[in-house]
Each structure stands twice: as C-alpha cells, then as structure tokens.
Design a protein around this ligand. Sequence first.
Ligand code: TA6
Length: 318
Amino acid sequence: MSSTSSGEMVYVEHTAGVHGLPKIILREVRGCSAEVYLYGAQVTSWKNEHGEELLFLSSKAIFKPPKAIRGGIPICFPQFGIQGSLEQHGFARNRFWIVDPDPPPFPTITSNKAFVDLILQCSEEDVKIWPHRFEFRLRITLGPGGDLMLTSRIRNTSTDGKLLAFTFAYHTYFAVTDVSEVRVEGLETLDYLDNLKNRERFTEQGDAITFEAEVDKIYLSTPTKIAIIDHERKRTFVLRKDGLPDAVVWNPWDKKAKAIPDLGDADYKHMLCVEAACVEKPIVLKPGEEWKGRQELSAVPSSYCSGQLDPQKALQSE
Ligand code: TA6
C-alpha cells in the first residue's frame, strides 16, 4: 500500500517483513523508498526512483533473532569490532528497538515527511553485560530527492556519575555491480589501522582505492565526504558524515565469504562496506551529555570526462 483509498501518499507504513518481523517502509513522492526493521533498527533496503536497490542484502541473510541481519545498515554500538568486553559489534544490532513515542525536537526543522524515530533503551539484561545507562535515539529519513539520512543521538543517562564510553559504526553494505570495478575516493594518502594485521597502523599509498583482494581497514581522520564509484553501473554513492571521524572499508573476498554462513559464496562481488565510524578514539560522555553522529547517503549518476569517470564532480557537488 503506497497510497490511501483517497489517493493520498503514504510516507510511513508500518508492516511485517520476513518471518513477520515488524518493518517500516518510508516512501517519497518520486518513488524512492527505504525499509527499516525494528530488529536492530536496521535499514535493509534503499531504492531509487527507478526501484533499483542501492544497498546489498545477503542472499542468505537470516531474519531470526539473535542473529544480526547480514546487509543493509547494521548499527555497531556500543562496541565496534572485537575490541571490548562485548560480542563483535556490540548489541544494538540484535535488540528490538521501539518507535520513539516522544523524540526531542531536532534543532533544524525540515519539511521531510518520510522519517521514523526509533529508540533503544538499555534493559536490565543489557546492564548486566555492559554496566552503563544510556538512551539511543535514531532518526531515519528519506529525503524528497531519495537521500537516506541516519542521525543517532546517544545520551548518558547514568545517575551515579559514571562516564559512558563507546565506539560506533553505520556498517553500510553498498550494492555494487562488480567490486573489482569499484573505486573509493576521499581516503587516499590517509592513515589506517589494518584489521587483517592486528590493527597495525599504515599510510595509504597511491591515488585511488580499488579492490582485488580481502580488505578490512579503519581509515583515520577522514574527510566528511567519501565517494564510492561503481564504474559498471555508472553510479556514484556519496557518503557524507558528521561526528564520525573514521571510515571502515571491508570486503571479505572469496575465501572469507565462504566461511561466513549467512553470506552467499559469490555475494562478496556485489557488496562493499564503507562505514562512517568512530573506532580509534571512543566517544566519552559525562552523565547527561549527548553525542550526535550522522551519515547521509546519496546515489548519483557518475559523470564522465573524456571517457573517464570524474569523481571530483561527485565529491564537489552538494
Ligand atoms: O566492518 C568490518 C568488520 O568489522 C570486519 O572485520 C568483518 O568481520 C565485518 O565487520 C563483519 O562482521 P560481522 O560480525 O557482521 O560478521
């Protein structure tokens, strides 16, 4: 259902997804859409006005708690990776979130109609495995032009003076035609921690980031704009971010893909994770303090310059 019986557009639809899990569909007038599961507050689909899927979802994704959904945009919180006392990537991606009944207003008022506010409050079970008190509010917005915006607001709700320290990532799986024909712009010459080498620090060499083997890197002090250029599809994803200094780039390639039970053997060719993140230096909040971290995605046709893709145009365009 995308319009009411009187023909009015339905911007936000509450429905059921795989295995009856609660799902919210956001729609915009031009025909673009996004789907969000309350399980993990996870965006699992983002489509442009032609109905083309822009996010990768594994052909073997398991929609059964407590397993996290493989694909879309899992939220890594309060821990990114295995560095910490929790399971890999923390617990936000395998908790049921609720629709926020009373979200505090955003400082900027927009006319967007396709958005949903979700909240994750720590349960007593969570406090047992991670002894902290917090409130995590997430607004997911589909802009009129099809842009997908995720804004997280995390507050330390401790009443006993305890600091709240956490790491974070929007673990975004972009759908690409063939990862070996993809180039990432905006991270060249930066320092990174290599997850495949015990997080040893290196400096990126060369003028473009391309893919021909497994990669798992945490780029540090990254710019607010990164472009992911899918040469075959002639599409450029532009990732803009705020409050998230790092950017993780991951593709498991063939061998590792085979070892991941909920990933198809050939799926790695059609995905690339580029993740707005805060990993190297945890965010630390005093009681009552709030942190805000935002990721905004747009997909634009790649522009050509004498037969070559011109990523600068994508990076410069607002
Ligand atoms: O973001 C990259 C990464 O941390 C990799 O190290 C890789 O393991 C990936 O996330 C997937 O993690 P997951 O727990 O979802 O299998």
